[in-house]
Design a protein around this ligand. Structure first.
Ligand code: ADP
Ligand code: MG
Length: 262
């Protein structure tokens, strides 16, 4: 399902700038993710992708511009209110130690559980569904310390899905995964989109991005250079300019294939 009008946007950034002290990193970034859409954020190392994830998750306050989630400005939400709408898996996310897998995934329900409302059947159902979707159901009773990097990455995603968010933001979620789990993770992201979630995924691998995303946004030195359909964005001259290296772009049934010339 592709997004239609701006009214369907579940995540929107308008003119967003950000800096670490005096070091400016993002310059007037516009980006939108519609309901049911998977949007890929690509760009060279240091172009500001994780910084963008940081401002969306309110780890970093933008110096200009505005960000809205599910139609409301992010600063208007309380922490729990925001967490019910937006789930973020940061780059290299670590799991809290000393817990079992199922306990960690259950933490995704914390924004919904309060003093007046303990965890109920619906929460358990969301937890179970998220664990099955990410293939960690069989790991439920395992301590998280004993898991491989790839298994941990899937548990982190399960916790995010258990939040039942409107917007899911993933920063390089496939980095520790082998081919099978790369494919499964991206299929899971697509399944979340098919159920109406807007997904923003930061991808290092252009070829995976080409296969998993409806649209791509290419960042270079903190600016969006181009945004649009996969084939439009992954054009050779532009990639060579932005990545400062020669590349070859082949067409294949699954989408463009980008290979650096060595
Ligand atoms: P990407 O995720 O695209 O690789 P980042 O958003 O992590 O890029 O980094 C963008 C720029 O911001 C880089 O120049 C990086 O060195 C700088 N940067 C990132 N995090 C911090 C930080 N915590 N403090 C200072 N500078 C940072
Ligand atoms: Mg990064």
């Amino acid at each position: 399902m592709k997004a239609g009008s701006a009214r369907d946007d579940v995540l929107r950034l308008e003119g967003v700038s950000a800096a670490y002290g005096s070091h400016e990193v993002l310059f007037g970034v516009d980006l939108r993710v519609g309901r049911g859409e998977v949007v890929g954020l690509i760009g060279p190392n240091g172009s500001g992708k994780s910084t963008l994830v940081g401002v969306v998750s309110r780890v970093l306050r933008p110096t200009a511009g505005c960000i809205s989630v599910d139609g409301g400005r992010i600063e208007s939400f309380g922490r729990r209110e925001l967490a019910r709408r937006l789930a973020v898996v940061p780059q290299g996310a670590r799991l809290p130690e000393g817990f079992l897998v199922a306990e960690v995934v259950r933490m995704g329900r914390t924004p919904f559980v309060g003093l007046l409302r303990g965890a109920g059947a619906e929460d358990e159902l969301m937890v179970e569904r998220a664990m099955k979707q990410t293939g960690v159901w069989d790991l439920a009773d395992r301590p998280v310390e004993g898991l491989s990097g790839g298994e941990q990455q899937r548990v982190v995603l399960a916790r995010a899905l258990a939040q039942g968010p409107r917007v899911l933001v993933l920063d390089e979620p496939t980095s520790h995964l082998d081919l099978r789990y790369q494919a499964e993770l991206l299929r899971t992201a697509r399944a979340a989109a098919a159920s109406g979630v807007g997904v923003l995924v930061v991808m290092h691998d252009l070829n995976l991005a080409a296969r998993a995303c409806d649209r791509l946004s290419l960042l270079s030195d903190g600016r969006v250079v181009v945004e649009g359909r996969v084939e439009e964005v992954l054009a050779r001259p532009r990639l060579e300019r932005v990545y400062r290296t020669e590349v070859e772009v082949f067409s294949s049934p699954g989408g463009p294939l980008v290979v650096p010339r060595v």
